[in-house]
Ligand binder design. Sequence first.
Ligand code: NDP
Length: 311
Amino acid sequence: MAARRLDGAAWAARLREELTPRIAAFTDTAGRPPGLAVVLAGDNPASEIYVRNKIATVGAHGCRGELFRLPATATLDEALALVARLNADDSVDGILVQSPLPDGMGRDAEQRVFDAIDPAKDVDGFHAVNVGRLVQKRPALVACTPLGCATLLDREEIPVRGRHAVVIGRSDIVGKPMALLLLHRDATVTICHSRTQDLPAVCRTADILVAAIGRPGFVTPDFVKPGATVIDVGINRIDDAAVAAALFAEGSAKRVQFEKKGSVLCGDVHPDVEAVAGAMTPVPGGVGPLTIAMVLQNTVTAAELRAAARG
Ligand code: NDP
């Protein structure tokens, strides 16, 4: 039997709508809407799309979204100066710096920039203060993608307490915060990575399997316990015919899409997993829209928390 589809896009629409009264109440009291500043450095085409989506979403729900562009040649000092200006601007509640930053800014540029953001405005939840609060189970602003995944599990009423959750990936922005959110919901959590031995066997013990790897179709049916819930965080664009042919059987939905358009989006989970899993997020239309909804939610939360802190 095919896995139940966990419709992230539908939940995201509902979650955004649920924020409307909070946005109206803040705007009423503050005399201005919650404000999100998005910093985009360089001209990465994927980043352009993500940033456009985030600004359009906050704008469509009565918040103020503003884009601040830096050229690809900008220095790290220029990026830090922009962040300092946004930190000082009281009409800005949330600051989001789109990664990746241009190579010219240096290897640790992202960390330096994230560290410079006022933790109260850190809607990405990447600042050490917000990560620390999450570790201590007193979260304020939590990374949007794992927060979206955890919210999906909550809303779908998928049992987490006492279950075994396996997270593949240990990045600071997805894998680690995801593991903490599952732990705080009383799951027994295993974090896997590129050095994990016999990964399929470990994954097969999971009641909830989260894949955040960045490798198209990596999680195949032999990784999945029958009936498990599978959350696919990966977003990979395939535009190579040989890769598409190797991954997707002739006549399958993804192969047909590829043949029509010349490219196809694929998660880290192979579509054949649908025959084994109990429930599964699609790509696209799963975790992606939830991430954007959480950007809106965190912007509203940041605005409310800043107002409350002012008294
Ligand atoms: P990173 O590259 O930072 O981390 C990838 C993780 O996967 C690492 O921990 C790495 O292990 C692990 N990994 C890589 N290869 C293997 C392997 N062969 N076996 C086991 N583990 C492996 O990626 P991110 O966490 O930033 O993103 C992961 C995916 O999620 C990407 O596809 C990205 O595009 C997508 N994404 C989607 C979002 C959305 O809104 N849907 C938002 C953010 C990301 P190690 O640490 O050992 O190197």
